[in-house]
Design a protein around this ligand. Structure first.
Ligand code: NAP
Length: 278
């Protein structure tokens, strides 16, 4: 059976390392603060907000919820947070309506407050190898991979999903760690033959149980970023029961990638409050 890669112990270590930085900021009267914008009331946005507020209390980062009722008011709220010197970071909670392009919305955020790392300035910095704010889900994937002890340098890595939020930045981070990376998506032919090559398999798709045991190489390390609400509860993109019999290590859902992401968002907020270098 595969070893379980739990996110919480890693999140605890990130939180512990944040504490002195938060205390130093507070002593300068600059306690870190994150504006969390939701587009219309939504149960899953509320779930993420509550999780963020609990983590914020633990880490000493103030979370200010703000709600928009349409695209114009979302833009107005982002402008307001951009201008507010007491706000150091801005996050836009999922989901946005399908008609709204997340990449476009993130262009409205001041890049110095873009703690999601999705503004073209920060995405460009990451693509050019000089990252400022790294998208937190992609970073969580890499931290859990390191936790597995997997040898990333020279490994064959396959990332399924190429969104700007998860798959694309995760593939860049793997490439910087010297993996040989293949990025798969809906246009990929014979997905199973591609995933079976992977010594490291990262999945960020949003399709419950897309990846089955037959699609996974024996001994692979499997990182599942998927979060899918189903009648049976929250499941990942990987068929956990089957794949954990062939993988050497695997992230559970829930309890894996998703348990770490919020703390990394808060860490980016602390970095923003400290002021980015040059
Ligand atoms: P997204 O923007 O919808 O992107 C999904 C990607 O998967 C796209 O690149 C798409 O390909 C690809 N894809 C869809 N169906 C596929 C298939 N059958 N075969 C191969 N590729 C396929 O989703 P996302 O924002 O990246 O989110 C992905 C998952 O991660 C979701 O379950 C989401 O809930 C989860 N997530 C978790 C966290 C967290 O842990 N906090 C944060 C963000 C997202 P095309 O590009 O060709 O369309």
């Amino acid at each position: 059976m595969a070893r379980l890669l739990n996110g919480k112990p890693v999140a605890d270590r990130v939180a512990a390392a944040l504490a002195p930085r938060v205390a130093a900021l507070a002593s300068r009267g600059r306690a870190p603060s994150l504006a969390a914008l939701a587009y219309r009331p939504d149960p899953s946005a509320r779930f993420f907000l509550e999780r963020m507020q609990r983590a914020g209390e633990r880490a000493g980062v103030a979370i200010t919820p703000r709600e928009a009722v349409d695209v114009d008011s979302l833009r107005a709220e982002i402008d307001r947070a951009n201008r507010d010197a007491r706000v150091h970071g801005i996050t836009v909670l999922a989901p946005l309506p399908p008609s709204v392009d997340v990449a476009e919305v993130m262009e409205w955020v001041d890049p110095r407050k873009d703690v999601e790392g999705l503004h073209p300035y920060n995405a460009g910095r990451l693509a050019s190898g000089k990252p400022t704010f790294i998208p937190y889900t992609a970073e969580a994937i890499l931290l859990l991979l390191r936790e597995s002890g997997a040898h990333v340098e020279g490994a064959r890595a396959v990332v399924v999903g190429r969104s700007i939020v998860v798959g694309r930045p995760a593939s860049l981070l793997l490439m910087y760690d010297h993996a040989t990376v293949t990025l798969a998506h809906r246009g990929t032919h014979a997905l199973a033959s591609v995933t079976r090559e992977a010594e490291i398999l990262v999945v960020a798709v949003g399709r419950p149980h897309l990846i089955t045991a037959e699609m996974v190489r024996h001994g692979a390390v499997v990182i599942d970023a998927g979060i899918n609400a189903t009648p049976d509860g929250v499941v990942g993109d990987v068929d956990f029961d089957g794949v954990s019999r062939v993988a050497s290590a695997i992230t559970p859902v829930p309890g894996g990638v998703g348990s770490l992401t919020t703390m990394l968002l808060l860490r980016n907020t602390v970095t923003a409050a400290e002021g980015l270098p040059g």
